[in-house]
Design a protein around this ligand. Sequence first.
Ligand SMILES: CC(C)(COP(=O)(O)OP(=O)(O)OC[C@H]1O[C@@H](n2cnc3c(N)ncnc32)[C@H](O)[C@@H]1OP(=O)(O)O)[C@@H](O)C(=O)NCCC(=O)NCCS
Length: 150
Amino acid sequence: MANIEIRLATSSDLDFVQQDGFIPTEVVKRKIAWQEIFVACRKNVPVGYLRLEYLWSLVPYIALIRVLPEHHRQGAGKALLHFIEEFLRSRGHSVLYSSSQANEQEPQAWHRHMGFEECGIISGINAGGVGEVFFRKQLKGGANNVRPEN
Ligand SMILES: CC(C)(COP(=O)(O)OP(=O)(O)OC[C@H]1O[C@@H](n2cnc3c(N)ncnc32)[C@H](O)[C@@H]1OP(=O)(O)O)[C@@H](O)C(=O)NCCC(=O)NCCS
């Protein structure tokens, strides 16, 4: 990806990767320590970030991906996604989940364009009763496909 570098977030990225204000600073700090936040930079300047979660502490899920508006459609989102796909594959994962608000068509279109398939919806989980559409993407080469049977 031209001119975009992706790296794990460090404590010096704290302000940048919590600018959305969705989760408490203590949680963001813990996620940095747990290698769950990634930063996209252009010429060493941060332009986007991605926060991972693990469903049941096992199955990777993109909790948030955000590229600064002035840097949209210049490859930062794709570079973040490809980086974490390889990061997860190298740890044995073969599937990645993500989601988007049901009333936001643009991020849904981006997910589909990037190879995600819609796999379900949770109704009314967002403010104002808005639903959340979930997406899934297969990662070739991993092993941990699904939650193990009880
Ligand atoms: C969604 C988002 C992360 C995409 O990041 P981006 O850096 O603008 O996208 P990229 O430049 O990497 O786009 C990669 C590809 O997707 C395409 N694309 C970008 N935005 C698209 C859209 N809204 N619909 C369809 N395709 C899109 C690009 O044309 C590009 O295609 P190509 O690889 O065939 O050339 C960014 O728009 C964003 O931060 N949006 C606000 C936050 C958000 O909604 N996040 C998602 C829910 S958490």
